[in-house]
Design a protein around this ligand. Structure first.
Ligand SMILES: O=C1O[C@H](COP(=O)(O)O)[C@@H](O)[C@H](O)[C@H]1O
Length: 251
């Protein structure tokens, strides 16, 4: 399937980036609801995501979004205890999900290590829930980018890069702590209407340049993903790289 080329937006700093992405997200949710869709929103964890979530909470009440009709998911989650501050879900809940009053039954967290014996089982339960809700047709699926080029919890050289028959997988030995995680796979990413990368800071500049450079290169995608996992991840309608100036400094 041919997809539109990625668009790159560069903003002066992390604060401007966060406000811009929050605004774009709210607009997109309003439009989706006006078109009769109940938008599925795929969240990411990480530093810039937290700043964006706080902006969503600030701008959300006046945005016109019907928060009772937004469905929340995560692109990846750390397989730790439910109360752990390391959970991506804990961060998003505190920042905007609870303040905006999104109903609990619309929020689909990956099961925690206290609820499930293994990350494999948590991944299977999560896959089943996604399948029941349109198999991952996200209105917007957001990703951070690691300095090593990882997205969600798909890390360079890891087996998860080669999972072709599953929506969500268990990840062991993540090079970034905590080591046990659950991640969506390319199978799920490929169904999203919009894919947005949210990247801030000089420490990510090499990874951004490498990923966008490799995206424009011909050759076997699976091989390129072994070293640069975020390469070739495109939404059906759009792919946007929201960068601050520092993250864009090596483009
Ligand atoms: O571990 C993770 O890290 C990345 C990026 O985090 P950052 O702090 O470098 O911005 C995030 O995309 C992912 O969801 C998360 O599990």
């Amino acid at each position: 399937m041919t997809r539109p080329e990625p668009r790159v937006e560069v903003h002066p700093d992390a604060d401007t980036l966060a406000t811009t992405v929050a605004g774009a997200l709210l607009e997109r949710l309003v439009e989706a609801q006006a078109a009769g869709r109940e938008p599925n929103l795929g969240l990411t964890g990480g530093t810039i995501a937290e700043a964006i979530h706080r902006e969503v909470a600030r701008l959300g009440p006046a945005s016109g979004v019907d928060w009772s009709r937004v469905v929340i998911w995560w692109g990846d989650e750390r397989f730790v205890e439910a109360g752990s501050p390391e959970r991506n879900a804990a961060q998003a809940r505190a920042a905007f999900i609870d303040p905006l009053g999104i109903p609990r039954h619309r929020v689909h967290e990956v099961a925690s290590s206290g609820e499930c014996p293994t990350a494999e089982e948590a991944a299977d339960i999560y896959s089943a829930a996604i399948r029941e809700h349109g198999a991952g047709e996200f209105e917007v699926l957001m990703f951070g980018l690691g300095p090593d080029g990882h997205l969600a919890s798909l890390f360079p050289g890891h087996a998860g890069l080669r999972a072709t028959d599953r929506i969500a997988i268990a990840v062991h030995d993540s090079p970034k702590p905590p080591p046990e995680r659950v991640s969506l796979t390319y199978e799920a990413f490929d169904r999203s209407r919009a894919v947005w990368f949210l990247v801030s800071g000089e420490g990510k500049a090499d990874a951004v340049a490498r990923t966008l450079g490799a995206d424009a290169t011909d050759g076997d995608l699976a091989t390129r993903r072994e070293t640069t996992p975020a390469v070739g991840v495109h939404g059906v309608q759009e792919t946007v790289w929201f960068l601050d100036r520092a993250a864009a400094s090596r483009l």
